[in-house]
Design a protein around this ligand. Structure first.
Ligand code: SF4
Ligand code: SF4
Length: 681
């Protein structure tokens, strides 16, 4: 063994109902030669005696009260890790005494960032099928060039902790094990990292029996095929080769011919032919099996492999079917949006806490830390009953202050199928925000995430408005860090949001220039409103706002870098300035308002209100069994919505204006024009 400098290693072992195998796994880890390591076990809410097994070892135990899935459990373990390297082991493996040292040697000596090893050719579970899996898996890994792996073998691998955090940990959207290993491989490659496979050492694995394996392969290939379709058919070199795809389809054809052979017997020969073709396609595996296990073992493997390929074929067909269905129903989703009773736009004041006290803050009375935020459990209950939310905005307080903001987002993403999340932050904690953003992007992979960092002036001016020296530097650091992630993550959009107030109206055009030309970021302009902390904040010139809004539109078109949904949202933003300008000039309503019915605000304590400019409350959702539908049935809500239809209320609140544009087809021609102009830039 090559001597190492012994950096500390964190070994993470998630488990769920693994009482039979866990003890052996942990014992083998504690028998290691390597001396500087900690073991973090994560109980994913087991219902057997796994916890009792774990308690016999001196490891850290994270005991999750809810079953969150293996990817999530691994992330929780990583959060608690203090080592330089993270080594993830599945609970059903056994390692050698030098496995930890081998991993560290490779990482240190070769300066690898991620490394995996091979697996022994014999399964720890006795039986023909487990041994066949072991030998096939061993063959796959042994035949791979050192940097050929495109997915990560999560049963045993080592990763630099910094890299793991940089890529935002495991994607937690996959309920069952499997998808996250393809996804993390894809993300690592995209970020320029190579996955090194060392064939010089192995771990021992408890593999499955024939039908359990059938189920696993069906699920995994289904998840994998979905990922392939979503990434526009980018095939994985190892797990999703053309060869495997072909064999899977051959098995499907073989099963079909078997069914037909029940009616026309000669067709049974097609089934035999399929098996012969599959064996020749898998020529090198066949030779490997014969060499290691003999001819009889090989002959027995042919029908079993045929069956497993069939499971994979079914998985691919299932994924293809749901992919095509998704494409077909896309236009109907748009129709549903207009006729559904769900409230598509929600502004959620996630917390009443803030690490600033800004002069223009309209929420300053609430953020004095007196009121109690909704708990994650309460938010989850609200989310479960809310229906679909298309556009969700986090406001506050400072949303990043909530340590459970990622879990809150996951809850909305899962329960409400949120498509766009607008995360407003003062940017005071760059590292924390970066971590949260990465975790959200990784766990909510189809979410369009807009992070709006507040910036109200240049240098000291911003600090003065925000009443904190250094606030500007922090906000700019946050913006620059987020821009780096934006470059590699198509779902992230970074914005600056500037509140137009007494304190920046004189040089607002410089501020717009600074943001759009120097920082090169798209921006939004918010007209100061509400009961501001310093009353004078609202003494502003409307003319100056109009000028600034025009400059913002120009700058945004120049900086536009996203395609798809973002171009449409940008057009909506820019059109909203034109409408606000009209409201200011004409001093009257220019577009029908949908606040209260198609836009709702949820306060940090659960109070539901229709809009910010008016002091109207519908009630507290917690008093209505966390059910928004019940709140919308209250007298207050019904009266407000009926009144709004009658009276021509108007205001300059940007959020409401954007919502009104979406719901008023009369604005579509102008919207289309804004969108078209963005392509002509
Ligand atoms: S404006 Fe935002 S960041 Fe400033 S004090 Fe209010 S809530 Fe906090
Ligand atoms: S026009 Fe403005 S103030 Fe009136 S209901 Fe709509 S959002 Fe509220």
């Amino acid at each position: 063994m090559i001597k190492t400098n012994n950096p500390k290693v964190s070994v993470i072992v998630p488990f769920y109902n693994d009482e039979d195998v866990l003890g052996r796994c942990l014992k083998s880890i504690y028998d290691s030669y390597y001396d500087d390591f900690e073991v973090i076990t994560v109980n994913d809410s087991s219902s057997d005696h796994s916890l009792d097994v774990v308690r016999k070892f001196p490891c850290k135990i994270i005991d999750l009260k809810e079953n969150v899935g293996v990817a999530n459990a691994r992330n929780k373990g990583a959060d608690a890790a203090t080592g330089k390297y993270l080594i993830f082991f599945d609970s059903d493996i056994v390692i050698e005494k030098d496995t930890l040292a081998n991993f560290v040697n490779i990482m240190e000596k070769n300066e690898e960032k991620i490394c995996q090893c091979s697996v022994s050719i014999t399964s720890l579970t006795r039986g023909f099928a487990p041994d066949l899996i072991a030998i096939s898996w061993n063959h796959n890994l042994e035949n791979m060039a050192p940097y050929d792996a495109t997915s990560v073998s999560t049963m045993a691998f080592c990763i630099d902790k910094e890299v793991f955090e940089k890529i935002g940990q495991f994607d937690t959207q996959f309920e069952s094990a499997g998808g996250e290993e393809f996804e993390i491989g894809r993300v690592l490659r995209k970020r320029g990292y190579k996955i090194y496979t060392d064939k010089g050492f192995v771990v021992h694995h408890h593999f499955q029996h024939i039908f359990t394996r059938f189920k696993t392969l069906y699920k995994r290939s289904s998840v994998y095929a979905r990922l392939v379709f979503r990434s526009r058919f980018e095939l994985d070199k190892v797990h999703g080769t053309f060869k495997e795809g072909l064999n899977s389809m051959l098995s499907v054809a073989g099963i079909l011919s078997f069914i037909m052979a029940l009616f026309y017997h000669p067709l049974i020969s097609a089934l035999l032919l399929v098996m012969i073709i599959q064996t020749s396609i898998d020529y090198s595996l066949s030779v490997h099996i014969i060499k290691k296990r003999g001819l009889l073992f090989f002959l027995r493997s042919i029908p079993v492999n045929f069956l497993w390929y069939f499971a994979m074929g079914l998985g691919v067909i299932n994924a293809a079917f749901s992919y095509v269905c998704d494409l077909l129903i896309a236009p109907f989703k748009l129709i549903r949006f207009f006729f559904s009773k769900d409230i598509p736009y929600v502004i959620f004041f996630v917390t009443a806490n803030c690490n600033l006290l800004c002069s223009h803050c309209f929420n300053w009375k609430k953020i004095q830390g007196k009121s109690k935020d909704l708990s994650l459990d309460e938010i989850s209950k609200i989310s479960k009953k809310f229906g679909r939310i298309k556009y969700l905005t986090y406001s506050g307080g400072e949303p990043s202050i909530r340590s459970d903001i990622v879990e809150i987002t996951q809850s909305f993403y899962r329960n409400n199928k949120v498509e766009i999340l607008n995360f407003i932050t003062n940017g005071l904690k760059p590292e924390l925000i970066k971590k949260q953003v990465l975790a959200i992007l990784r766990s909510c992979s189809s979410l369009n995430l807009m992070v709006c960092v507040s910036l109200d002036g240049i240098r000291e001016q911003h600090d003065k408005i925000r009443n904190l020296s250094g606030a500007f530097e922090k906000a700019v650091t946050s913006i620059n860090e987020l821009k780096k992630i934006e470059k590699i993550h198509p779902k992230l959009m970074v914005f600056v949001i500037t509140t137009f107030s007494k304190y920046n109206e004189d040089n607002i055009l410089d501020v717009v220039d600074y943001v759009t030309k120097e920082l090169k970021v798209e921006m939004g302009l918010t007209y100061v409103r509400g009961d501001t902390y310093k009353k004078e904040a609202k003494n502003v010139s409307l003319e100056q706002y109009v000028k600034a809004a025009r400059l913002v539109r120009k700058g945004n078109i120049r900086n536009l870098k996203h395609l798809g949904v973002h171009r449409v949202t940008r057009a909506i933003h820019d059109l909203s300035y034109r409408y606000i300008e009209k409201v200011i000039r004409r001093d009257k309503n220019v577009i029908k308002c949908y606040s209260g019915s198609r836009l709702i605000e949820v306060g940090d304590d659960g109070t539901i209100f229709p809009c910010e400019p008016l002091d109207v409350k519908f009630g507290n959702i917690c008093d209505y069994e966390y059910d928004i539908k019940k709140v919308m049935e209250t007298k207050n809500a019904k009266e407000f919505i009926a009144d709004l239809k009658r009276n021509k209320c108007y205001c300059t609140w940007e959020c409401s204006m954007k919502n009104n544009i979406i719901h008023n087809p009369s604005s579509y021609p102008t919207l289309f024009w804004e969108w078209f102009v963005s392509w002509l830039r």
